[in-house]
Ligand binder design. Structure first.
Ligand code: HEM
Length: 403
């Protein structure tokens, strides 16, 4: 099963036009699929079924630490941290280091702390659309989904105004897959580390009512994390929170444009969004198509396949979330859907730390848009709305609409 020939090319332009047909095929015909990643010819595995995805994400024998990757992975230069302190960010840590840093971070994400985000989010959304009038044409990626999350997250972290714009640019660069951007990525990575250090020093000198000060308090009082771990924690909030929330707002608007009956449901009963609605939108098209690579720390059998130690595993949550063995009629958007939980925000020890914040920002942004512009419609033919070809993400380039 592992070497099954597939009737399509994974991560080709055709795949990105409609990933779900390919993922449906893999789930049935080759659920633990041998794949050679085109960058560096790295042998790896693509896992597409819900129960296998859950099992791997809950199994700490699958590490997220890049140094555990196979020699081919190391040689291919696929490392995101590039040898900087970004290797110390929680997504790439294993227990017990992960447990210690995560505990420190969690204490700053109490429901009371997250509730404090609400006023900033409201103000930033209102400022973003203050001049908008029905009938105008806007690109909802560039003018709505992209600017709101970095403004909110950088404000809550306590960054100065000038740093906020630089941060957004550097995060875009860091996750870029455009070859012409590659030489600029190390610079962006270093700047992000520098901004983090600068902010931690600033907030140590002058603590405030912000997330960075809360992290510093927790680090000093409770779980004793190192200065590098603290800086990495501040930076990962931006890296993990900005792009994902941008993509999710975009994907959710597009899903609602594709399903006018579901949009009407929100207009009739806005409370549905904060409940089952957001969860269904996260299931239907989570921005994270595949969580960051997992590296088996020993040879591990998944179904009938033995995955050797170190060979990277892609856990395709975009596919798990459409598994018909788990979700009834999985390609249908149904904002009233209840039942098994989706994996759009991950599962296991690395599940999304910012989940409450992600739900709050996206829910408020989507609710505002649906309420203010009930006649919102696409300004271009649907088939012209295209994904960026980034294998791990569900990321649309632009979403031109008439308000
Ligand atoms: C809709 C928006 C978001 C989505 C879909 C999303 C999705 C995810 C997913 C799938 C994971 C698991 C990754 C893994 O298993 O390796 C994750 C982890 C994480 N997310 Fe989010 N995320 C979102 C927003 C945010 C925000 C706003 C923040 C911070 C303010 C954030 C911070 C993090 C962090 C720090 C982790 C790593 C946790 C750990 O390794 O223990 N995310 N996210």
């Amino acid at each position: 099963m592992s070497n099954t020939a597939v009737p399509f090319e994974l991560f080709s332009p055709d795949y990105f036009r409609d990933p779900y047909t390919a993922l449906d095929w893999l789930r049935v015909n080759s659920p633990v699929h041998r794949y050679v990643f085109p960058v560096g010819d790295v042998p790896m595995w693509v896992v597409t079924r819900y129960d296998d995805a859950m099992a791997i994400l809950a199994d700490t024998r699958f590490s997220t630490a890049e140094w555990r990757g196979s020699p081919e992975f190391q040689a291919a230069g696929l490392s995101v941290s590039g040898g900087t302190i970004l290797a110390q960010t929680i997504p790439g840590l294993d227990p017990p280091q992960h447990t210690r840093v995560r505990r420190c971070a969690m204490s700053a994400f109490t429901p009371r702390n997250v509730e404090r985000w609400r006023d900033d989010i409201r103000r930033i959304i209102d400022q973003t659309i203050q001049d908008w009038e029905p009938g105008q044409e806007k690109d909802l990626v560039a003018e709505f989904a992209a600017p709101i999350p970095p403004a909110v997250i950088a404000t809550r972290l306590g960054f100065t105004m000038e740093r906020r714009a630089e941060l957004a640019r550097d995060v875009e660069l860091l996750i870029s897959t455009e070859p012409e951007d590659f030489p600029r990525i190390p610079g962006a990575r270093q700047r992000l580390v520098d901004y983090g250090r600068e902010l931690v020093a600033m907030k140590r000198a002058e603590p405030g009512d912000d997330l960075t000060s809360a992290f510093i308090r927790a680090a000093d009082e409770e779980s004793k994390i190192t200065e590098d771990e603290l800086t990495a924690l501040v930076i990962i909030m931006v890296i993990a929170g900005v792009g994902t929330t941008k993509m999710f707002i975009t994907n959710a608007i597009l899903a609602l444009l594709d399903h006018p009956d579901q949009r009407k449901m929100i207009a009739d009963d806005p409370a549905i969004l904060a409940g089952s609605g957001i969860e269904e939108l996260l299931r239907y098209e989570s921005p994270v198509a595949s969580v960051p690579w997992r590296f088996p720390t020993e040879s591990i059998r998944v179904r009938d396949v033995e995955i050797p130690a170190g060979e990277p595993v892609m856990v395709m949550i975009a596919s798990a979330n459409r598994d018909p063995d788990v979700f009834d009629d999985p390609h249908r958007l149904d904002l009233t859907r209840t039942g098994p939980r989706h994996l759009g925000l991950g599962h296991g020890i690395h599940n999304c730390l910012g989940a409450a914040v992600a739900r709050l920002i996206s829910g408020m942004a989507l609710g505002t848009l649906v309420e203010r512009f009930p006649d919102l419609r696409l300004a271009i033919p649907r088939e012209h709305v295209r994904r960026n070809e980034i294998w791990a993400l569900n990321d649309y380039r632009a979403l031109p609409v008439i308000l």
